[in-house]
Design a binder for this molecule. Structure first.
Ligand code: PHE
Length: 469
């Protein structure tokens, strides 16, 4: 019964099918790919990837990030989808069921707990940044980007950040919208909308890349992004790259595991994970190619931080023909992309409250929304009245970002890798993944048994100063 409630939340309204066990599922492979891609592609690709790349010196950081996606992110994604699908439950239930099946310690359930908490904490700042994109949609529509000078673009962004009431207003709109959608269980409708939004977002990013080629600094951007200079790579940068690989693929946060629980048996987990990973990476790299030419053309600072796209893109929209139209469309699409990610982040918490605490979906959404909104105040104030209130040199926003992306996610990913490769029975895993029984499976298992855990542990210890590479 609880499964049905949970699944219907994701599938209500359209494109559902029922598995032999009676559980609702994505109607076909494409629906799942779109939903997972909708979760993966979001602010992480377009807002976060460019600014952390800028802060961490470019090429070498990008290379480490790509390596993390390939050898850690995609294999862990396969494991998460597998655990979700085999257990058909929310993350805590899923980990408990799989541990039981393998005859392992029930404490593995804690991995599910940590994931749910992590998704929740991320959402507390994600809603605030989504609020920035909504606010910029309106600003763009007003024509304010038209011929805007770099200084003025910086001042416009600074003005928004300095105004807590404005930030709060927009993040409230995001929280209410997200929780409304989650309470209604309209995901399938939303995932359908992604059918149109995703291609449009990609098309708009391509328009921006096209514009960027006209700035005369496209080659500088390519060099910045793709010529690794390892002397610029700090130990913390490696941890940031690793954390971002998890963040951008929505791993270790319950999102992919929960969506995986609605996947049908005839979907190849391996193929879909690779497709999602490749698509997500392509969007991030394109965003970089759109933004850095503008940064260099206007003498802006690549390491400007979280405001990078909010300062660079208005300048570009202000120069290009039909910039008001493109600018408005772009920020609308980005807000929608953020919304589909936000929904996937909170679904595990809400479905847990519904399944385990027997709350109604409406009540669960309201409670979660209220807590989220309150926690979001910390991020809102980080950019103005609390900007000097720091803990270990980090504002509230920086601290939550560091705690989730750089600590909880790699740790969660490590535990998932160990669980899937060492604790679960090999023949079960082989059967689920769709890699066949040959070399590919052996390679996956080898990576997950040794490479992934060792890499994560080394990066951790190194960044935290316990070992020196
Ligand atoms: N992957 C999303 C993005 O890149 C963020 C996200 C993290 C979504 C965790 C769900 C869970 O924007």
């Amino acid at each position: 019964m609880s499964d049905a409630i949970n699944a219907s939340a994701v599938n209500a309204g359209s494109s559902t099918a029922v598995s032999a066990g009676g559980r609702l599922q994505w109607s076909n492979r494409l629906t799942f790919i779109l939903a997972a891609a909708g979760s993966a592609v979001g602010l992480g690709n377009i807002w976060k990837f460019p600014y952390i790349t800028g802060e961490n010196g470019g090429g070498a950081f990008v290379l480490v990030y790509l390596a993390c996606i390939l050898v850690i992110g995609i294999p862990v994604m396969m494991a998460e989808i597998m655990i979700g699908r085999r257990s058909q439950q929310n993350p805590t239930g899923a980990m408990a069921a799989m541990a039981k099946e393998a005859g392992a310690n029930p404490l593995w359930k804690g991995v599910g707990w940590m994931a749910i908490l992590c998704g929740f904490l991320i959402l507390s700042f994600y809603t605030v940044i989504s609020g920035w994109t909504l606010s910029y949609t309106v600003t763009s529509l007003s024509g304010a980007f038209s011929n805007i000078a770099p200084d003025a673009a910086g001042a416009m962004f600074g003005g928004m950040l300095a105004d807590p009431a404005q930030l709060l207003l927009w993040s409230t709109v995001v929280v209410v919208t997200t929780m409304y959608i989650v309470s209604r269980g309209l995901h399938a409708g939303l995932e359908k909308a992604i059918n149109y939004m995703m291609p449009l977002l990609v098309a708009l990013v391509l328009v921006m890349v096209g514009y960027a080629t006209s700035t005369g600094h496209f080659v500088d951007a390519i060099e910045f992004l793709f010529t690794p200079d390892f002397s610029k790579l700090s130990t913390e940068a490696v941890l940031v790259a690793l954390g971002h690989a998890f963040f951008t693929l929505s791993l270790a946060s319950g999102a992919i595991m929960t969506y995986g629980s609605y996947v049908s048996k005839d979907t190849s987990i391996a193929k879909t994970s690779i497709m999602i990973g490749v698509f997500d990476t392509a969007v991030a790299l394109l965003a970089g190619l759109a933004i850095f030419p503008i940064v260099f053309a206007y003498g802006l600072e690549p390491g400007a931080g979280p405001g990078l796209i909010f300062v660079t893109l208005p300048i570009a929209f202000g120069q290009m023909p039909y910039g008001t139209l493109f600018g408005t469309l772009f920020f609308v699409m980005l807000s929608m992309a953020a919304l589909t990610s936000a929904i996937s982040m909170i679904e595990p918490t809400v479905s847990w409250l519904v399944e385990k605490r027997k709350m109604s979906r409406g009540k669960a959404s309201a409670v979660v929304g209220l807590i989220l909104w309150t926690l979001g105040l910390g991020t809102v104030f980080s950019f103005n009245i609390w900007q000097d209130a720091t803990l270990f040199g980090k504002t509230f926003f920086d601290a939550i970002d560091f705690l989730t992306a750089n600590l909880m996610m790699p740790l969660g990913g490590l535990l998932v890798a160990l669980f899937a490769a060492w604790v679960m029975k090999s023949n079960v895993v082989k059967d689920e993944l769709g890699l066949g029984g040959g070399l590919l499976f052996t390679a996956w298992q080898f990576v997950m048994r040794f490479i992934t855990p060792i890499a994560i542990i080394v990066v951790f210890l190194n960044a935290l100063g316990f070992i020196k590479l």
